[in-house]
Design a binder for this molecule. Structure first.
Ligand SMILES: Cc1ncc(COP(=O)(O)O)c(C=O)c1O
Length: 394
């Protein structure tokens, strides 16, 4: 370990809440699909801030927009109108087909906003969520997040009823007159990238319509080209009543949004919800630039094509138990300790993330190249070979 890295890790242990399990690397710089640590070592980044850096690290368009806007206006209150916020809401309306946007600063806040809107619209506290889902860790969002390990220390919460994902009958049986909303990820991310049948999400729409419950799609992770469509909802062609966004929305700056259709959105009265920073001039400028870069570089199509390429390379070269995903949101089940794979990959200059003991989640920037995918797959292959050599000595 170098002195600088060692010293920073030691200081972190004294100064920061110990809520994260971090990899032993101090990152200092990023560009496109690559990042560098404080010692100048280069890494290929297949984590991308966990599906945040869709346009790549430090995209020139995003930098330019931040620079320009920071010299004009960084923040002012939502007591006033600002043009960028309005432009961004209009862009998001056009991209999603939803009617109104509320801006906040993170995924969990987007989910909080959605849960409050369900309560305000229906007057009902009952929420259905899916087993293994993840919707964030603020108290409201936590109640709709599956892992009991996350929820238990913080009870009482308004806890959702959890039903198996991708199971139409279970959903139908759970939605009753006490349920105000059903919240689903169009593809489950933290669970390990589980893609439901398109027919499941269509059935969810019908079940909610029949029961007069609201359907929320949490697109915090699946949004902005990640799955090879602008939004995950486009695969089944289902329009939810409410949609949450964050992560890749503002090209790497913190921003969240909750979108809704008109007759739901109108149930929020003035003062019902607010955010000091939500939709600020600077983050909105970054989001507009990031969306423009995605369009100019055709990153949604690229995600679809390179995702298919990555999945076929993984299937051919890594002998996985299973590869799942859409676009560049890929889950790989391996007959190996994936925590070990992540640690070894770091040493070999590849950033990876595992969602379970045997599952890797690959969510590289959408600007990743075929060569970089080949390199990433080759590194994982080497690690698997080395570890099987250790496990099965000849
Ligand atoms: C689907 C989904 N919803 C909500 C969240 C919470 O987002 P944040 O960490 O920005 O609060 C996440 C984060 O991983 C997520 O994947």
């Amino acid at each position: 370990m170098t002195q600088k890295k060692e010293e920073l890790m030691r200081r972190e242990a004294w100064a920061i809440f110990q809520t994260y399990t971090r990899q032993p690397v101090v990152l200092a710089r990023g560009s496109g699909t690559r990042v560098w640590d404080v010692d100048g070592k280069e890494y290929l980044d297949f984590v991308a801030g966990i599906a945040v850096n869709n346009v790549g690290h430090c995209h020139p368009k995003v930098i330019e927009a931040i620079k320009r806007q920071s010299e004009i206006l960084i923040h002012t209150s939502n007591l006033y109108y600002t043009e960028n916020q309005i432009l961004l809401a209009e862009r998001l309306k056009a991209l999603t087909g939803m009617d109104r946007a509320f801006f906040c600063n993170s995924g969990a806040e987007g989910v909080e906003s959605a849960l409050k809107l369900v309560r305000r619209t229906t007057g009902k506290a009952g929420i259905i969520a899916a087993e293994h889902c993840f919707h964030g860790r603020t108290l409201g969002a936590l109640g709709a997040t599956y892992k009991a390990f996350y929820r238990e220390p913080f009870r009482p919460l308004n806890e959702a009823t959890f039903v198996p994902y991708n199971d139409v009958e279970a959903l139908k049986a759970a939605v009753n007159e006490k349920i105000g909303g059903v919240i689903l990820e169009p593809i489950q991310g933290e669970a390990g990238v589980y893609v439901p049948e398109d027919s499941y999400l269509r059935a969810a729409r019908e079940i909610c319509d029949d029961a007069k419950a609201l359907l929320i799609f949490d697109e915090v992770q699946t949004g902005f080209g990640r799955t090879g469509r602008w939004f995950g909802k486009e695969h089944p062609g289902v329009q939810p009543d409410i949609m949450t966004l964050a992560k890749a929305l503002a090209g790497g700056l913190p921003m969240g949004a909750m979108l809704a259709r008109e007759d739901v959105a109108k149930s929020f009265q003035r003062g019902d919800h607010a955010s000091t920073f939500g939709g600020g001039a600077l983050v909105s400028a970054a989001a507009l630039a990031s969306i423009q870069a995605m369009e100019e570089e055709r990153l949604v199509k690229r995600s679809e094509e390179l995702g298919a390429y990555a999945m076929s390379q993984i299937q051919t070269n890594l002998d996985p138990r299973e590869v799942r995903g859409r676009g560049l949101m890929i889950g790989v089940d391996l007959d190996a300790d994936c925590k070990m794979v992540v640690e070894k990959a770091l040493k070999k200059g590849l950033l990876l993330n595992n969602t379970g003991d045997h599952t890797l989640r690959l969510v590289p920037p959408l600007v990743v190249t075929k060569d970089q995918i080949d390199r990433g797959v080759r590194v994982i292959g080497e690690i698997l070979e080395e570890s099987s050599a250790v496990l099965e000595p000849a």
